[in-house]
Write a protein that binds this ligand. Structure first.
Ligand code: BG6
Ligand code: MG
Length: 214
C-alpha cells in the first residue's frame, strides 16, 4: 500500500518552463546565438549547469568552467527576478487539490526536484505547507536519472522506496524513480514517458483510486 507521494516541481506542480525559456534565451542572445522552444523542451529535468553546457554546445560556443559558472549565475539572476512575481494561479490544474486529497487520506508528501529555487517557488504560489519534506537541487549531488533525489525523499519521510509513488514529467525523472525502486506516474505523453506505471495529462486526472491501483 502506498504511504507517500513524491512530486517533481517544474511541469508537475507549476509550469516554470516558460520562465526558464525566457532566461536561457536571453543568455543565448547575450552570447550571440538563438535558443528555441524545441531546445528548451530537451532541458526538462536537466540541472542548471548541465543545461548551460548543452546550450553552449548547441550555440557552438566554448567557455571555461569559471565562465560557465558565471553564466549560470547570470541566467539564474534573471530567472529568480521572474519567479518573484509568481502567483497561486500558476499552480497547474488539479495539483493543489491532489496534494490535499493525499494528505487528507493520511499519506505523506515530499518534493523531489532538481531546482535550487524550489522553496521560493512553493512559497510564492502558497504550497510550501503542503509538503512534509523538500528535497531539491540544494540537497542532492547527483542529477536525475540518478535516483538520489527520490531516495532521499523517501528516507526523509521514513519510508522504503517501495512505499512511495513518484510524479514526474521528464523522462530522466521517470528513469530516476524506477531506478530507485518506486512506482511512477508520468505527467504528459505516454510515448515519451516510457516505463511509467501510469501516464496522465496532469494531476487533475489523478485520484485515490488510481493511486491505490498502481
Ligand atoms: C528542473 C527543471 O526542475 O530544475 C530544469 O526542469 C532546471 O529545467 C532544473 O534546469 C534546475 O533548476 P534551477 O531552478 O536550480 O535552475
Ligand atoms: Mg519536471
Amino acid at each position: 500500500m502506498v504511504k507517500a507521494c513524491i512530486f517533481d516541481l517544474d511541469g508537475v506542480i507549476v509550469d516554470t518552463a516558460v520562465y526558464h525559456f525566457k532566461a536561457w534565451k536571453r543568455l543565448a542572445n547575450h552570447l550571440g546565438f538563438d535558443f528555441t522552444e524545441a531546445e528548451n523542451e530537451k532541458l526538462k529535468g536537466v540541472s542548471r549547469v548541465r543545461s548551460l553546457q548543452l546550450i553552449l554546445e548547441w550555440g557552438g560556443v566554448k567557455k571555461t568552467t569559471d565562465e560557465q559558472s558565471q553564466l549560470a549565475d547570470l541566467k539564474n539572476s534573471w530567472y529568480v527576478e521572474m519567479i518573484q512575481g509568481m502567483q497561486p494561479d500558476e499552480i497547474l490544474p488539479g495539483a493543489k487539490e491532489f496534494l490535499l486529497t493525499v494528505r487528507n487520506a493520511g499519506l505523506k508528501t515530499a518534493l523531489g526536484s532538481a531546482s535550487k529555487n524550489s522553496r521560493t517557488i512553493l512559497e510564492k504560489v502558497g504550497l510550501i505547507e503542503l509538503f512534509d519534506s523538500i528535497i531539491d537541487g540544494n540537497t542532492v549531488t547527483a542529477s536525475k536519472p540518478d535516483p538520489e533525489v527520490f531516495l532521499k525523499g523517501a528516507q526523509s519521510l521514513g519510508f522504503n522506496p517501495a512505499d512511495c509513488v513518484v510524479f514526474e514529467d521528464a523522462i530522466a525523472g521517470v528513469e530516476a524513480a524506477l531506478a530507485g525502486g518506486m512506482k511512477v506516474v508520468g505527467i504528459g505523453d505516454s510515448a515519451t514517458l516510457i516505463g511509467a506505471n501510469l501516464v496522465v495529462a496532469g494531476l487533475h486526472e489523478m485520484n485515490l483510486d488510481k493511486l491505490y491501483k498502481l
